[in-house]
Every structure is written in structure tokens, then in C-alpha cells.
Design a protein. Structure first.
Length: 511
């Protein structure tokens, strides 16, 4: 197991990030139409998706005028027409009510989804190009005012599918391209195509991880993957338990919930008043969600006591949406003792968990969760594991570690950068300061710290406005703001690391 440097980030076990809150007596440890229903005399406007990507404010004004003049977009030959290499389909006279399950809605549905896929493919292609922007940044008030005609307000009358496709394009245009090789801001980065396919299938299936009768394949997949994860962290596969949760914070909440129930089972039925006042001991490097869990569960954040502790634990949080690159969200809580999740959370809702079903009801796993409905997060991970194999994931993680080491050696050789921690990075985090010449000339002390503290935020502001790379910054205890570069995107190469340093120096040299 590798434990990350003292940056408030997570440790990793196997492939994934591990946050390991144990039972309360232990110490929580940080251990992926051919035809349309139109009037015969009406020819609707044609708007191809290739050109939707470059839709301008002037185009929008033209469309708005068409709406005013004709009562609805597209009932005029004067409406916009576009041409592209693709076969263009006309959506200006089509609304959601014309799609499946409407009669004769199959062709319209097929072409609408094909056009949407074209938007997504264009986005994916541009996101992975190194010269493209990571972000086209705008302030909240600009979006609220209707930036370039992109309105967030909800209409009383339905928009046509043409407008919806434009809205999809705008949503992607103004969002952050986390798959870009030069996005270093978070651990949840990258754009895995197999994982994306898994997410599409999951949304298409649109089912619930609550009972076997409505989610048979996904529930068995979760069992298989959890068993594999148990073996990687060194637990007996048949003895452990676990469940996929909506993010690492929820996984940590489960761990504290289980710890409290393990020691004081009466809390489930009689509440906090029936048990002694509790304190929760946690690692000095544990995630801030441990304090959140204490607040939510009535322990109180001020009763969280920070200590040094070892890696022993009875539960492990593993986030495949980080180092494994699985699309958000994908997080699991792994529990060493089988049955504890069920004992802690089971309430036997009669409309869901009937004991006399015709199959083995132990596969009705929904009562292990504190939720009722639970999103299917398992399929994209399962599919990626099939595509890469364990060795493929190992190579992917190793590539990220090599990038971190490369950055470390680059920083060591530069006088205008300074590492925050001594020694090579223990995992995929590299923390450093940029030192403008003016700051370099100030002797160590409070004045230098004050000046240095303002450098990273100022560079980040310029970086966001230009939009070609992103990196996070933070203070830590007595250390002033520093850049925190995290590697989890397998598309990132050494040239992207070089670009990051050049950009920081260019944006900060005059500070």
C-alpha cells in the first residue's frame, strides 16, 4: 500500500484510491427519419450537427426572428440551412412527443440519437486534442443573462429537437473538458471510451440496484467485482462484503455508520440517546468527509480526534472513478465482516423484500444500503475490467506514477519552482510552488510567505481565463498556497507536463 504525501489527498490500494475508516476503536486511515410529420407544403429548416458545433449568436438571433415571424421555428423556407459532410436531418419540426414510444416514432428517435452521438463524437475528438481549450470560462452572471443565446431558463412550451441539440452542444462547449490531457485539476479525469459505452448502456437499461428481480445481471456483476477487489486488498473473498455507493464521501459515511453499529447496535432502533457519548479517532491524513460523517451521524465534528495511525482497518473505500479512470461516479465500500451491512441497515420494506420469492432472496441486496433507489455504477467498471484486464489497469496506473516522477525531476532542475515536500512523490501527487523573480529575491520569512501565498491564485485566474490547462492549488497547515498536480488521465504524456510548467512560468513571471 502506498500512502500519499501530506496534501489532503487519498492513499491507494491496488488500482484505486482507498480511504479506510475503520471501526471506532480503530483509526480511519487513508489507505472510474426518413419521414417527418410535417405539413406537405412546409419545408423545415436543416441544421446539421457539424455546423451546430459552430452555431453563433447571429444564427440564434435569426432563429429567434423566425420564431416570432412564423410562430414556430422551421415553418418557413427563410429559416437557416446548413450543409456538411454528414447526411443532415431536419429536427426543427420535431418535438420529444414525436419520439418513441410515439407511433411511427422509431425513425425520428434513431436519427435524433445518431445526431446526438455525432455531437458527442465531435466533443470527444476535440477534448483529446492538445491544442484545444480545457475550458471556455465564463462567470455565473453571464450564463444567467443568457450567454450568446444559451438560456438556462425553462420554457412553458416545448422546444423542438433542433433547439435541444443546440443546447447539448452549448452545454459541452461551456463545460470543463476533463478528458483533455492537460487537465490536472482533479483525480477524476480522463475519458475512457469503454467506460463511456458502459455508462450509455446503464442509462439505456435504466434500472435499480435494489432487488434481483429488476436487476439480475448487474447485481451478479457487483458481486463478482467486489470479490475481486477484496482479493486485491488482501481479504478473504468469501468472508467480505461491500456495496457501490454514490461517491467516496458516502462510502466513508457507511464506514462510520457500520463502526458505530458494530459497537452499539441499539443506536439503530433507540438513537444516540441510548448510547454513550462517542468520539471518532481518525488519521491526520484522512479525508474531510470523516468529519462530515461525524456531523451527519450525530457524533459531532468536534468529537473527531486526529491521531497517527497504521493501515489496519475493517473497511476500505475504493474509488474506481479516480486512478482507474472509470466515468463518474463509481465508488465502493468494502467491509471485512460479511453481513454487517445488512444488520446495520436492513428494515425489510414489505413492498420490495418479500421473503417468499421464487429465487434466493439473499440477492435482493437493496436492504444493505441506506438508500432505496441505487444507481447502477457497476457495469462500466466491469466492462472496463474486461477490456483492460488487471494487467491493463496496472499499466495505466504505472503510467500516471511515471508522469508524477517525471514532473518531480523537472521541478528539481528549475530555480523558479520549489517542491513542497522532500523526496520523490509517493504516488501520483506532486506539490510545488512557482517562484517569480520578485519572490525569489525576498528572504525566507513572513513577508515572503505572504507574497508567495498570492501567487498560485493569481496564476490560476489567468489560467482559467485563457483555458488551455487547469491545475488546483491549496494551503496546508503552515504551508502557503501551492500547486497540487495530480495524475490520473492515461492520455497525459510528458509533453503535457512540459506544457504545464511553461504555462505557469509564462503566466506568473511578471507577478
Amino acid at each position: 500500500m502506498k500512502v500519499s504525501q501530506e496534501t489532503g489527498s487519498e492513499a491507494n490500494i491496488g488500482f484505486g484510491r482507498a480511504l479506510m475508516p475503520s471501526y471506532l476503536e480503530m483509526c480511519p486511515q487513508k489507505a472510474a427519419f426518413s419521414s417527418f410529420r410535417t405539413q406537405p407544403e412546409t419545408h423545415c429548416s436543416r441544421l446539421s450537427i457539424g455546423n451546430i458545433m459552430e452555431f453563433t449568436q447571429a444564427d440564434r438571433q435569426h432563429l429567434d426572428k423566425s420564431k416570432q415571424d412564423t410562430g414556430s421555428l422551421g415553418n418557413t423556407d427563410d429559416a437557416l440551412k446548413y450543409d456538411s459532410g454528414r447526411v443532415a436531418h431536419d429536427f426543427s419540426c420535431i418535438h420529444s412527443k414525436d419520439l418513441l414510444p410515439a407511433e411511427e416514432g422509431e425513425e425520428a428517435t434513431k436519427h435524433f440519437l445518431q445526431e446526438l452521438v455525432n455531437i458527442l463524437l465531435d466533443y470527444i475528438s476535440k477534448s483529446l486534442k492538445r491544442g484545444s481549450k480545457v475550458i471556455d470560462f465564463h462567470y455565473p452572471h453571464q450564463f444567467k443573462e443568457g450567454l450568446e443565446g444559451f438560456s438556462l431558463e425553462l420554457p412553458d412550451q416545448p422546444d423542438n429537437l433542433e433547439q435541444l441539440l443546440v443546447d447539448c452542444r452549448d452545454t459541452l462547449k461551456y463545460g470543463v473538458k476533463t478528458g483533455n490531457p492537460r487537465f490536472f485539476n482533479q483525480l477524476s479525469t480522463g475519458l475512457d471510451i469503454i467506460g463511456l459505452a458502459g455508462e450509455w448502456l446503464t442509462s439505456t437499461a435504466n434500472t435499480n440496484m435494489v432487488t434481483y428481480e429488476i436487476s439480475p445481471v448487474f447485481i451478479l456483476m457487483e458481486e463478482v467485482v467486489l470479490r475481486k477487489m477484496h482479493s486485491i486488498i488482501g481479504w478473504q473473498e468469501e468472508d467480505g462484503d461491500g456495496i457501490f455507493c454514490p461517491g467516496g464521501t458516502m462510502s466513508n459515511l457507511y464506514s462510520v455508520l457500520l463502526a458505530r453499529f458494530h459497537l452499539f447496535p441499539a443506536v439503530k432502533t433507540h438513537g444516540m440517546s441510548a448510547i454513550p457519548r462517542l468520539a471518532l479517532f481518525t488519521s491526520a491524513h484522512s479525508h474531510y468527509s470523516i468529519k462530515k460523517s461525524a456531523a451527519v451521524l450525530g457524533i459531532g465534528s468536534e468529537n473527531v480526534i486526529v491521531v497517527r495511525c497504521d493501515e489496519r482497518a475493517h473497511s476500505v473505500t475504493w474509488n474506481p472513478h479516480k486512478m482507474m479512470g472509470v466515468p463518474l461516479q463509481c465508488s465502493a465500500i468494502l467491509v471485512k465482516r460479511k453481513g454487517l451491512l445488512q444488520e446495520c441497515n436492513q428494515l425489510c420494506a414489505e413492498y420490495l423484500f418479500q421473503p417468499d420469492k421464487h429465487y434466493d432472496v439473499t440477492y435482493d441486496i437493496g436492504d444493505k444500503a441506506i438508500q432505496c433507489g441505487r444507481h447502477v455504477d457497476i457495469f462500466k467498471l466491469w466492462l472496463m475490467w474486461k477490456a483492460k484486464g488487471s494487467e491493463g489497469f496496472e499499466a495505466q496506473v504505472n503510467h500516471c506514477l511515471e508522469n508524477a516522477e517525471y514532473l518531480y525531476y523537472k521541478l528539481k532542475r528549475r530555480a523558479d519552482f520549489q517542491l513542497v515536500f522532500k523526496g520523490k512523490p509517493e504516488h501520483s501527487n506532486v506539490c510545488f510552488w512557482y517562484l517569480p523573480k520578485r519572490v525569489q529575491n525576498i528572504p525566507p520569512g513572513p513577508e515572503r510567505d505572504r507574497e508567495l501565498h498570492m501567487v498560485a491564485p493569481k496564476i490560476k485566474t489567468k489560467m482559467m481565463e485563457e483555458g488551455f490547462t487547469m491545475i488546483g492549488y491549496q494551503p496546508l497547515k503552515n504551508k502557503v498556497n501551492f500547486f497540487r498536480c495530480v495524475f490520473s488521465n492515461p492520455a497525459t504524456q510528458r509533453e503535457d507536463v512540459d506544457f504545464l510548467l511553461v504555462e505557469i512560468a509564462r503566466l506568473g513571471c511578471e507577478l
